[in-house]
Design a protein around this ligand. Structure first.
Ligand SMILES: NC(=O)c1ccc[n+]([C@@H]2O[C@H](COP(=O)([O-])OP(=O)(O)OC[C@H]3O[C@@H](n4cnc5c(N)ncnc54)[C@H](O)[C@@H]3O)[C@@H](O)[C@H]2O)c1
Length: 269
């Protein structure tokens, strides 16, 4: 019987691969036989990650995801080497302190420059790589593009102003591209997103836990609002990414999948 979840030999391009979630996802798809194309700013970090993933064909692509000309250059170079990308996982993204309104601040304190950067990193940083690598994606072969949203998208997180807006834009873009690509390039080209709940990573550890490991007030609020009563753990994203990347989800496009222990479904009562 056909293995619907087969990733063996698939060409998978990943941005943000050296990040916390990216490292786990990259190692996982490598272990399932994918050929990897890792897109990032720091050649050193990418090579370091590559050295930790043996027995896998890995090509490093050095470009900032917000730099269209650098992306176009690496995409052109890559198209001299391969004919197609099968899966593109856009993980590069993140928050910026200036785009957060602290309790002692008001909207007047918003750093418009930081807001611009957060929108640029998350929104343009997803759209521009898709645009640059489109010639390797739109050949009619089965393609799965996986963007990265957040719990902040559908219900903006208190204080986290810029990031919430940027991830909401990712949800909208994901749906828009799903329709555009299916209509223009055929039903094999899919675009979906994962919306991770609260995973304890370096970016948010200080927000969610005290130095002694106890939960901060915000950490407590999140756990109280998560029916499963815990933060996301390393393996929690992998099954959803595997499913979206593979033919097992071949009739699925334009959806944003929460991986959140029920946070998104919980009304609080
Ligand atoms: N960690 C969480 O709890 C969580 C929850 C929801 C969504 N997310 C999203 O998941 C994704 C990965 O998060 P993470 O926790 O692994 O973050 P991380 O900061 O550990 O990793 C982010 C990655 O993006 C790369 N990156 C940043 N700016 C870049 C640029 N301009 N060009 C190229 N690469 C760039 C970084 O080098 C790094 O590899 C992000 O989009 C984040 O917003 C994370």
């Amino acid at each position: 019987m056909k293995n619907l979840f087969n990733l063996d030999g698939k060409n998978i391009l990943i941005s943000g691969a050296t990040g916390v979630l990216g490292t786990q996802i990259t190692s996982y798809v490598a272990a399932h036989g994918a050929n990897l194309f890792l897109l990032g700013r720091s050649e050193e970090k990418l090579l370091n990650l590559k050295s930790k993933i043996p027995n896998t064909q890995i090509k490093i692509l050095v470009a900032d995801v917000t730099d269209e000309s650098a992306l176009t250059k690496v995409a052109k170079e890559l198209s001299n080497e391969i004919n197609a990308i099968d899966v593109m996982i856009n993980l590069a993204g993140g928050n910026m302190p200036g785009a957060v309104i602290r309790p002692d601040q008001t909207l007047e304190d918003l750093d418009a420059g930081a807001l611009k950067k957060v929108m640029e990193l998350n929104y343009q940083g997803t759209l521009l790589p898709i645009k640059a690598f489109l010639p390797l994606l739109n050949g009619g072969h089965p393609v799965s593009i996986i963007n990265t949203s957040s719990m902040a998208a559908q219900r903006p997180l208190t204080r986290v102003m810029g990031y919430s807006s940027a991830k909401a834009a990712i949800d909208n873009l994901t749906k828009w591209l799903a329709v555009e690509f299916a209509q223009k390039y055929g039903p094999n080209m899919r675009v979906n997103a994962i919306a991770p709940g609260f995973f304890l990573t370096e970016q948010n550890r200080a927000l969610l836990t005290e130095v002694n490991g106890a939960l901060t007030v915000r950490g407590q609020q999140i756990i109280a609002h998560t029916p499963m009563g815990r933060f996301g753990e390393d393996e929690d994203l992998l099954g959803t990414v595997h499913w979206l990347a593979s033919d097992a989800s071949k009739f699925v496009t334009g959806v944003i999948i929460p991986i959140d222990g029920g946070f998104n479904a919980y009304s609080g009562v």
